[in-house]
Design a protein around this ligand. Structure first.
Ligand code: HEM
Length: 384
């Protein structure tokens, strides 16, 4: 049996261009080890193997705090997923569509035209927070504290200081608990109050969720997703700088927008990794991995694997998206996919309607985001 190659996932060279590094790693050593991420898995086939064997590759990666539903395994995961999925049905999406469209229309129309704008600082985060607020039926007053908290969380995550991360997380918990208490008094007809009264069908019996579980689920819907959604926004804008022809095509063919979003995000995945833990010794790609090992699925690399996608590095609007892993696969596949595709599709629809061209402000128009974030931390463009 071979051993995996060691690498340094937080090396400056990796951060300079994560996509290129992961492409390189996949070609050279599809499984690589470092202390921070454990065994990083880069190939599409190995990632699929992991996703199809959730009993061997557990999502229960930490005892530090519960994570509903992402840190759970079946059968408890199944019970919480059943609740989760009720909030992303086609019916709900159809009802949310006009609200989201109006919001996105207004945000895109406020973007300055003919002058420089940093899409990450001045649009992407606001877009993600406002939409999530609208989806949760939270009022405008929650926007400012949520924004401030996201910034603190970003800094704590980058610092890797566990005490700071824990204290920021506690602050978020307190903040959501205050929202829950408020809903308990006012009993509004909204998503949060509905969640609070929903019943989980656990193997040991049915019950409503505890506050700890509610906070965790809401954390998964908001915190986890705000950064992914804002990365996706930057990635989409940047794509159109280099593919004005696709913007023109979508003007005449709006039915292709959904596929275009999937393909853009396949090429540049807004979510880089998720974790697993081995529940027994395994051999993956000829490499022996012990029980309780940390496994890191690298979505960005798997989605660009030439073994899974013909001409993996090129944009093909009409390619089959059956192998696309942007939203994962298997029992933990993203329940928020319908919402994310709706919101990002509407963004493209509004760009198609309101913008004829996106150009970079100069040769130095972007900074790559640093892991665990994807996409860009700065993206300066001029819209016409
Ligand atoms: C472009 C945006 C998004 C991307 C790329 C994305 C991607 C993913 C991926 C790859 C997974 C699988 C994780 C794993 O297997 O460990 C996942 C899980 C999840 N996503 Fe998303 N997501 C997005 C947006 C959203 C949104 C908007 C929501 C909810 C509001 C959401 C909620 C969740 C939840 C709750 C899980 C955990 C599911 C489980 O463990 O059963 N996501 N997402």
């Amino acid at each position: 049996m071979s051993t995996s190659i060691n690498w340094q996932s937080d090396d400056e060279q990796v951060q300079k261009n994560q996509r290129r590094t992961y492409d390189d790693m996949r070609a050279r050593c599809p499984i690589a080890h470092d202390d921070k991420l454990g065994y990083s898995v880069f190939s599409h086939a190995d990632v699929m193997h992991i996703l199809n064997n959730p009993a061997t590759f557990s999502n229960h990666v930490s005892d530090r705090r519960i994570a509903v539903p992402n840190g759970m395994d079946a059968p408890v995961h199944t019970a919480f997923r059943a609740i989760n999925d009720k909030y992303f049905t086609a019916d709900r999406m159809a009802r949310f569509r006009p609200i989201a469209k109006e919001l996105i229309d207004s945000l895109v129309s406020q973007l300055p035209k003919g002058q420089p704008v940093d899409i990450m600082a001045e649009f992407a985060k606001t877009y993600a927070v406002k939409l999530q607020n609208a989806f949760m039926d939270w009022g405008d007053e929650t926007e400012a504290p949520l924004n401030a908290w996201i910034e603190k969380n970003r800094k704590a995550t980058l610092s890797q200081n566990q005490d700071e991360i824990a204290s920021v997380a506690l602050e978020f918990d307190g903040y959501i608990k205050a929202i829950l208490d408020d809903k308990r008094t006012k009993r509004p007809d909204d998503v949060t109050f509905e969640l609070m009264n929903d019943v989980v069908m656990l193997p040991q019996g049915k019950r409503v969720m505890s506050d700890e579980e509610l906070v965790s689920l809401i954390r998964n819907w908001t915190v986890g997703e705000l950064s992914t959604m804002s990365s996706a926004v930057g990635i989409i804008f940047e794509f159109f700088i280099h593919h004005p022809d696709v913007l023109t095509h979508l003007k005449a063919n709006p039915q292709d927008i959904d596929n275009a979003v999937l393909e853009i995000l396949r090429l540049h995945d807004p979510l880089i990794t998720n974790r697993r833990r081995t529940t027994c010794p395994v051999t993956l790609h000829g490499i022996d991995i012990p029980k309780d090992a940390k496994i890191t699925i690298n979505w960005q690399s798997a989605n660009r694997d030439p073994e899974a996608f013909h001409q993996a590095d090129s944009f093909e609007l009409h390619r089959s998206q059956a192998n696309n892993l942007v939203y994962g696969h298997g029992i933990h596949v993203c329940p928020g996919k319908p919402l994310a595709q709706l919101e990002l599709g509407l963004l493209v629809e509004c760009l198609v309607e309101q913008v004829s061209k996106i150009r970079p402000v100069s040769d130095d128009y972007f900074d790559h985001a640093i892991y665990p974030a994807s996409g860009f931390s700065r993206l300066e463009v001029i819209l016409h």
